[in-house]
Design a protein around this ligand. Structure first.
Ligand code: SAM
Length: 288
């Protein structure tokens, strides 16, 4: 795999062994989004976890939905190998592992009851394609539930870097409205989106950088530059970040975007908002 996708895959492959030790934020967001399932009355038989990583959320999904099979899909094979190692009930598990790209799901149309994804979508720069794929594989009435990162993520780091040089060091993330538009243009019904800010705190900027590297996000979240960031620039950004120190700690803001939407059933809504009902042709008989 080449290009940006290849870089993302390699970064996560490298991080598989350290991921669980550093993924505090990812588990917290995972718990928050999983708790929303108590308000959604679904009984899925087949669940797809997109960008499943080391399987934290997939294990919870398997526990919650006792009759469901869970497919863990990830671009990085090492993540899936770690997920399988993490599975304690390996022989009775209903989990399946699939190394593949979310942008092109190797699944039949209308085959999945529930598509779940925690903190993976921000790596996909083509949200409409991802959502179209989700919509294609979901059966009518199926649920998509996800989290992603919004544009306020790592705002302190972005500002600190802007004082050092004019280069983009922190990725630009889609805002909630763009995510909503992509859901609608992909044909989903009743999308619901909201956001939340989570502040992580650190003793030192290098602790934040170590966290990002530990989960495989260092290059993807904080740098589009291919060259290594020089020692002088790092010293400067560390000094610039100091202005955010509060109660002896450095904050790092994460904007979490939560969303869910449903694959339309046959009675669905047209783009102008009116309801469209579809009937089998034989029901449209002439009145006598
Ligand atoms: C931040 S981790 C989140 C992992 C897991 N969902 C969690 O909650 O811990 C993002 C994961 O998405 C995967 N990923 C990134 N882009 C992907 C893509 N296009 N298709 C499939 N997986 C992808 C990465 O390999 C990584 O394992």
């Amino acid at each position: 795999m080449s290009g940006k996708h290849g870089e993302i895959q390699r970064a996560f492959d490298r991080a598989a062994a350290s991921y669980d030790a550093f993924a505090v934020l990812q588990r917290e967001v995972g718990d928050r989004v999983l708790s929303r399932l108590q308000y959604m009355h679904i009984e899925p038989k087949l669940i797809l976890d997109l960008g499943a990583g080391t399987g934290y959320c997939a294990r919870h999904l398997e526990k919650k939905f006792k009759k469901a099979r869970v497919v863990l899909l990830d671009l990085a094979l090492s993540m899936l190998i770690t997920a399988r190692t993490n599975q304690t009930r390996r022989w009775s598990s209903r989990s399946h592992y699939l190394c593949s790209d979310t942008l092109k799901l190797p699944m039949l149309s209308a085959s999945i009851d529930f598509v779940f994804s925690n903190l993976m979508l921000q790596w996909c720069n083509d949200l409409p394609t991802v959502f179209k794929e989700c919509r294609r594989v979901l059966r009518p009435g199926g649920l998509l539930l996800f989290t992603s990162l919004g544009p306020d993520t790592l705002q302190e780091l972005r500002r600190a870097w802007s004082e050092v040089d004019g280069l983009p060091h922190v990725n630009v993330f889609s805002d909630m409205h763009d995510v909503g538009d992509a859901l609608i243009s992909s044909g989903f019904s009743a999308p619901v989106l909201d956001r939340d800010l989570i502040t992580m705190t650190y003793q030192d900027l290098f602790d934040l950088m170590r966290d990002l590297k530990g989960i495989g996000a260092q290059n993807n979240l904080t740098g589009r530059r291919r060259s290594l960031t020089g020692k002088t620039a790092l010293t400067q950004v560390r000094a610039a970040y100091e202005r955010y120190r509060n109660n002896a700690l450095l904050p790092a803001t994460y904007e979490i975007v939560y969303g869910h939407a449903w694959a339309p059933t046959s009675n669905t809504r047209a783009q102008d908002g009116s309801t469209v009902a579809t009937f089998p042709f034989k029901h449209l008989t002439r009145r006598t």
